[in-house]
Write a protein that binds this ligand. Structure first.
Ligand code: MRU
Length: 369
């Protein structure tokens, strides 16, 4: 996607030095556009853990490049593979909910098995990370094509009147390598001239909606309005939302969807108001082993200060201010699970399917166990 007219992905290899991976440091958006160099396994782990990069697809791509950086640090003797296993464990434990992370690490471990020397394995890890990033971008582009059909059908039904889409958190291109999942159909529909408008949940506590989704939509010229997280139910009751469209960090083979905390409440409000609730995700976000999302998906608990403080621009500087009484305790459950029964359809790179085991496995038969 474009930033000030220049095309960017969220992660790439430095064109002057392929030992350096570059990412957009999302902690500074929307106020500053900062590019960070990652040159070590530790750098990649910190970037994921401290959310310089975030979002399921981008976490996966960063982990893939993290494995490449680890390969360059690995001893060239017989302990190379053992070092890489441990590097994979470090990356996997950096954030627990998005399954793309372990998917990408395992893919890298399998890929380097084919290498016959350390040098060979480093080259394989670089190539394979590039393939993972390219696949992520291409899958998102295809999700856009499939999701476009849904938006265009709603537009037809409304005789071309504005289609109002509500989204939560940032499942945009910043959360992936390019295009995004929930935003890809929006960009596709907007580019084809469909009249649409996006309600952007601010998404406390880290405000990925207000900071990141809003910044993306602004850059693309898509009309949007930021709302407080709790306003969605009111809008739905008053016919101001035609569809809810969100992403996912992990979806079970039975169709339960883990996504940014607050998604479940939107799904409940959507059901009560007969607003269709769509989830857009690439196949790398399915957990093919898991049946029960509510009891099986690990929910990340982050630091209390993300709830107690809020960050923003003050007289040209990014500052953090305390919102709560000084000694308040706070809990920070970063994700929740929306049960499959509340999800209208899943939008994947292969097409649209019902959120149930049969339909999901019909679409992805290679994952039948
Ligand atoms: O904590 P984050 O910002 O990494 O959360 C991930 C998300 O952006 C969302 O949950 C998103 O809606 C899912 S798509 C990556």
């Amino acid at each position: 996607m474009r930033v000030n007219g220049k095309p960017y992905r969220t992660i790439w290899v430095n064109s002057d030095d392929e030992k350096i991976i570059q990412v957009i440091d999302q902690r500074y958006l929307p106020h500053k556009f900062v590019i960070e160099d990652l040159s070590s396994l530790s750098g990649a782990v910190t970037a994921i853990k401290d959310m310089h990069v975030r979002g399921a697809g981008l976490i996966g791509a960063t982990a893939a490049y993290g494995m490449y950086l680890a390969a360059m640090e690995a001893p060239e003797d017989g302990s190379f593979d053992n070092f890489m296993e441990k590097a994979g464990e470090r990356l996997k434990s950096s954030r627990p909910t998005a399954v793309n992370l372990s998917w990408a690490v395992d893919r890298q471990l399998t890929a380097i098995e084919d290498g016959t020397s350390a040098g060979d394995k480093i080259l394989i890890a670089l190539k394979s990370a590039g393939e993972i990033a390219d696949m992520d971008a291409e899958n998102c582009r295809r999700i856009g094509e499939h999701g476009f059909e849904i938006i265009s059908e709603i537009s037809r039904r409304k005789n071309g009147k504005t289609v109002n889409i509500l989204t939560h958190c940032n499942a945009g291109w910043l959360a992936f390598v390019d295009f995004g999942t929930a935003t890809a159909p929006i960009y596709a529909a907007f580019d084809k001239g469909i009249d649409l408008h996006v309600w952007v949940d601010e998404t406390r506590p880290r405000n990925q909606g207000a900071s990141l989704t809003a910044w993306e939509l602004e850059n693309q010229g898509v009309p949007y309005t930021i709302i407080s997280d709790n306003a969605g139910g009111h809008l739905m009751q008053h016919g101001m939302v035609d569809m809810v469209l969100v992403g996912s960090d992990r979806t079970t083979v039975t169709g339960d969807v883990a996504n940014k905390t607050g998604t479940y409440l939107k799904a409940l409000a959507a059901l009560d108001n007969r607003v269709p609730f769509y989830v857009a995700l690439p196949s790398s976000t399915f957990d093919w082993e898991l049946e029960d999302g509510i009891n099986g998906i690990p929910i990340e608990e982050r630091g209390a200060d993300e709830v107690r403080y809020i960050e923003g621009l003050c007289e040209g500087e990014i500052k953090r201010v305390l919102l709560t009484p000084e000694n308040s305790r706070a809990a920070n459950y970063a994700f929740d699970v929306t049960p499959a029964r509340l999800v209208t359809r899943l939008i994947t790179e292969k097409g649209i399917c019902r959120p149930d085991r049969k339909s999901i496995l019909e679409m992805f038969p290679e994952n039948k166990r």
